[in-house]
Design a protein around this ligand. Structure first.
Ligand code: KIV
Ligand code: ZN
Length: 521
């Protein structure tokens, strides 16, 4: 990347790396590919596709993303170790625009208690690693982990060495979510002014949300001179998460009058990206989440509704269409043909390269048979589900359940497991419990490990009694967590689909457990 125009804020998406570190957000290769393709559609500048040296699975995912997307730079994270850097180089070598992201911690706390290294050793490791990475790729980002808690002069010294060694981007992470916006703004202004070579590179900000300030900190950093924001879709990430991509992009867009800056993001793709991630991980967003939450554009108070009806801008600072939120209009039904279906997908921005239109159309017909009116929201759910469909070991073939106030609810399921089929019946505290017990019985019969249900949530995608329900659940097997999601006009079916989708993912994760990183991020 050459020198950025000063009014461009690059969007560096780390959903597939830092975001994936969020409990239950682990994704398989196909799911990462679906997200990466959507990020490409969205127009992000950089995709951090994973940490290639951390596991075979991560390596394969970075490699697959590198080959699949052509617009953004595709990066792999690497520690300042030769093996990590060479593994990252291999993983991104087929990318149209490859990059390496080297990091090492710079705070005294990390040096003394984690790395057991002196300040001088860290300076040398940073320079050495960046130099090695630059021998292989032109785009090298250097991150000083825990930068916001590091001694400022020392931090400047490490960055100066990274720049001398060839770093093209310097990232200042607030790893623990400790920073205050004004402090961060001042830190960026100081680094830009005082680090030798600091005017030749792009300064980047990377914030965690432990004190709820990740977005505010990112915007303050931009005011201080950062021209790259590292963020994740829906703000997912370790602990309280990372900077939320949609919030930071829409803040820059909506308050362009104040910031005078722009991004390359096609904002109309934001809602789809958010939905896709929810679909893949089973991690739903709170209803009041800015931009993408269910209520983010809903006006409930009479006085507000009155104002909006008279003139939208009385209470609205953004239009939902701007982020590609469907307006919930009636669109299609069981007599709609393929052309109308494809046309509607195109106008909703859902017609992407990763979509199997035949499969999506068959799924649409099945849905229209169960549901009189198929709304835009239903189409978003359907297409995101199709986009992430992967060959599954466990598949639901049939579900029969009965519930009564006078006897214990029971459920009977038939499941395909690889080439075989199995049935089981069970009772439970409620109808969902009975269904899950029956599914667990099938798994146990085939010698599988029965997971524990950690989280279960249900919501309606559209209104009305034939609304589709969307269920997300989180399954646990020891310390391995996997989220799954299912949507159906029947909540119980959606529940069973969600459980099996999480189970399929759990199996995948057990088979691709990451190698423990000694000094991982
Ligand atoms: O939070 C952090 O410090 C990181 C770095 C590896 C950039 O994620
Ligand atoms: Zn981070």
């Amino acid at each position: 990347m050459g020198a950025a125009p000063d009014d461009l804020v690059r969007i560096f998406d780390t959903t597939l790396r830092d975001g994936e570190q969020s409990p239950g957000a682990t994704m398989n290769v196909e799911e990462k590919l679906a997200i990466a393709r959507q990020l490409d559609e969205l127009g992000v500048d950089v995709i951090e596709a994973g940490f290639a040296a951390s596991s075979e699975g991560d390596f394969a995912a970075v490699q697959a993303v590198a080959e699949a997307v052509s617009g953004p730079v595709v990066l792999s994270l690497a520690r300042t170790k030769e093996a990590d850097i060479l593994r990252a180089v291999r993983a991104v070598e087929k990318a149209a625009r490859p990059g390496i992201h080297v990091f090492i911690a710079t705070s005294d706390i990390h040096l003394q208690h984690k790395l057991m290294m002196s300040r001088q050793q860290v300076v040398e490791a940073a320079g050495w690693a960046v130099e090695l990475a630059r021998k292989h790729v032109g785009h090298v980002e250097f991150s000083a982990e825990d930068a916001s808690r590091s001694d400022r002069d020392y931090l400047g010294q490490v960055f100066a060495e990274a720049i001398r060694a060839g770093a093209t981007v310097c990232n200042v992470p607030d790893t623990t979510g400790y920073a205050i916006p004004e402090q961060l703004q001042a830190l960026f202004a100081w680094l830009r002014a005082n680090v030798p070579g600091g005017d030749r590179i792009v300064w980047s900000t990377h914030n965690h949300n432990d004190l709820g300030m990740a977005v505010a900190n990112s915007l303050a950093a931009v005011r201080g001179g950062a021209r790259q924001v590292e963020c994740t879709i829906n703000g997912i990430g370790e602990r309280a998460g990372n900077t939320s991509m949609e919030e930071v992009v829409m803040a820059l867009d909506t308050r362009e009058d104040y910031f005078g800056l722009r991004t390359n993001v096609r904002t109309e793709q934001i809602y789809r990206a958010s939905r896709l991630l929810t679909q893949v991980t089973g991690i739903t967003v709170p209803i009041n989440k800015p931009i993408v939450g269910e209520n983010a554009f809903a006006h409930e108070a009479g006085i507000h509704q009155d104002g909006v009806l008279k003139y939208k801008l009385t209470y609205e600072i953004m239009r939902p269409e701007k982020i590609g939120r469907p307006s919930n209009t009636l669109v299609l039904g069981k007599h709609s043909g393929r052309a109308a279906f494809v046309d509607r997908l195109k106008s909703l921005g859902l017609f992407g390269p990763g979509l199997d239109v035949n499969a999506a159309f068959i799924a649409f017909k099945a849905l229209a048979d169960r549901k009189k009116n198929v709304y835009d929201e239903d189409l978003v759910a359907l297409v995101t589900e199709e986009a992430t469909r992967v060959p599954r070991r466990y598949e639901l073939l049939a579900l029969d359940a009965s519930s009564s106030s006078t006897r214990q609810p029971t459920a009977k399921v038939r499941v395909r497991i690889g080439e075989a089929e199995a049935e089981a019946e069970a009772g439970g505290d409620g109808i969902v419990d009975a269904t899950y017990n029956a599914l667990a019985a099938v798994v146990a019969r085939f010698g599988g490990r029965v997971p524990q249900l950690d989280r279960y949530a249900v919501k309606a995608i559209t209104g009305g009694t034939d609304a589709q329900g969307e269920v997300s659940c989180l399954l646990r097997d020891g310390d391995v967590l996997a989220g799954g999601q299912g949507s159906h006009t029947d909540i119980l079916m959606a529940s069973a689909l969600a459980w099996l989708s999480a189970l399929n993912k759990l199996e995948y994760l057990r088979a691709h457990r990451p190698v423990e990183a000694e000094t991982g991020p």
